[in-house]
Write a protein that binds this ligand. Structure first.
Ligand SMILES: C[S@@+](CC[C@H](N)C(=O)[O-])C[C@H]1O[C@@H](n2cnc3c(N)ncnc32)[C@H](O)[C@@H]1O
Length: 358
């Protein structure tokens, strides 16, 4: 089970954590302003920091809630009728947790030829194009529809707590991501079903980080430019998009899973209307103003920014942008690059960690 996310910091996490530890003491308040998969936020929580995680995307919100907001295993107390209906433990089965039972029940959801089957599988007939989209096997797409219908029913019946709902949507995203017929992002699907896309979709319980510290952590969803005015912290980590590729367009299906809606799926890729999640950080002429807004709005003395030589701004542009706000320190290191399978880009690139102290 994994998650290939453009710009994910899982590979450089040790360097990043060390840098944060050099700047602020243990227990300090760190804002992870563009949290993505929430990998960094979760690692910070492990080390005892107080974390505020934010991102524009709804799927990131669910990842962050799952990573930051559990102190004990969820009981799914209000969903017991649903679980009993869909999951009967076998006689010799060692007693599973309520969380495991909930996941088993969801895995037993009745397949439905619904929105995902119609718009995102080869057997489907998309509403506004003749060519079916091959993002999932037909069986998996119908299973996704069945699971989504059950989550919808549970929501209507108020059978899930806020955090429980985020957690099962997170697990749905992780599970479906394993069997998605894509080369890296959801910008395109493969022509034929390949590799793990042929496997049967199965959801698994997450390996939750259970600590009695959830009150220390906050999860937000919004534009960094706006959210920044609500945050006061010891250090703000910013990991912006580096390139023109908009996350909302490249991960549109994950966003649809996270929101639980059925938007119009447009064109060959089946994109949801995504302009409401357009990022200025993917447009060279807008990045500077967006950064300035964050620096002006947020109450903190330290910003740490990840950037790369591939980025829309050069490192010289960055220094020029940051210098009026304080002292700028740059760490440089070589990092293995995220590549879609078809990419001809070189394997390594220089990454920067830019510290702004004011
Ligand atoms: C490089 S990724 C972050 C990866 C993350 N550090 C991780 O390890 O998974 C950039 C993130 O910025 C988010 N983003 C882009 N523009 C944003 C904005 N204006 N406000 C908040 N988040 C934004 C994207 O949705 C994406 O998740």
């Amino acid at each position: 089970m994994g998650y290939r996310y453009i710009g994910s910091k899982s590979k450089i996490i040790d360097v990043l954590l060390k840098k944060i530890g050099d700047i602020v003491p243990e227990g300090a308040h760190v804002a992870d302003l563009m949290t993505g998969t929430a990998t960094v936020s979760m690692e910070l929580r492990k080390l005892g920091y107080k974390v505020t995680a934010n991102d524009l995307m709804t799927y990131s919100y669910h990842h962050a809630v799952s990573g930051l907001k559990f102190s004990k295993l969820p009981t799914f107390q209000r969903a017991r009728d649903f679980v009993e209906q869909y999951y009967k433990p076998k006689e010799n089965e060692s007693s599973p947790t309520h969380y495991q039972m909930m996941i088993n029940a969801l895995n037993n959801s009745k397949p439905i030829k619904g929105y995902f089957w119609k718009e995102f599988s080869l057997s489907g007939k998309p509403s506004n194009t003749d060519k079916p989209r091959n993002y999932y096997s037909s069986e998996n797409a119908a299973k996704i529809d069945g699971i989504r219908a059950n989550i919808e029913k549970l929501t209507k019946n108020k059978a899930l707590t806020h955090n429980e709902k985020s957690l099962i949507l997170h697990d749905l995203i992780m599970g479906t991501n394993d069997v998605a017929n894509i080369a890296g992002t959801y910008g395109h699907h493969m022509a034929n079903l390949v590799g793990r896309a042929k496997d049967t979709l199965n959801l698994y319980p997450s390996n939750l980080l259970l600590k009695n510290d959830v009150k220390n952590h906050t999860v937000l969803q919004g534009y960094a430019e706006e959210v920044s005015s609500k945050i006061s912290c010891d250090i703000c980590y910013i990991d912006p998009p580096y390139m023109k590729r908009q996350y909302a367009a490249n991960y549109h299906i994950l966003e649809t899973l996270a929101r639980g809606d059925e938007p119009e799926a447009i064109g060959v890729s089946g994109l949801r209307p995504w302009r409401d999640q357009y990022s200025n950080f993917c447009t060279k002429t807008k990045i500077r103003d967006s950064f300035r807004l964050i620096f002006n709005n947020m109450k903190t003395n330290n910003f740490l920014i990840s950037y790369s030589e591939d980025g829309l701004l050069s490192i010289e542009d960055f220094v020029e942008l940051l210098s009026p706000f304080g002292d700028v320190y740059i760490d440089e290191f070589v990092h293995k690059r995220f590549k879609s399978n078809s990419s001809h880009l070189k394997n390594h690139l220089t990454e920067y960690l830019i510290h702004l102290n004011r």
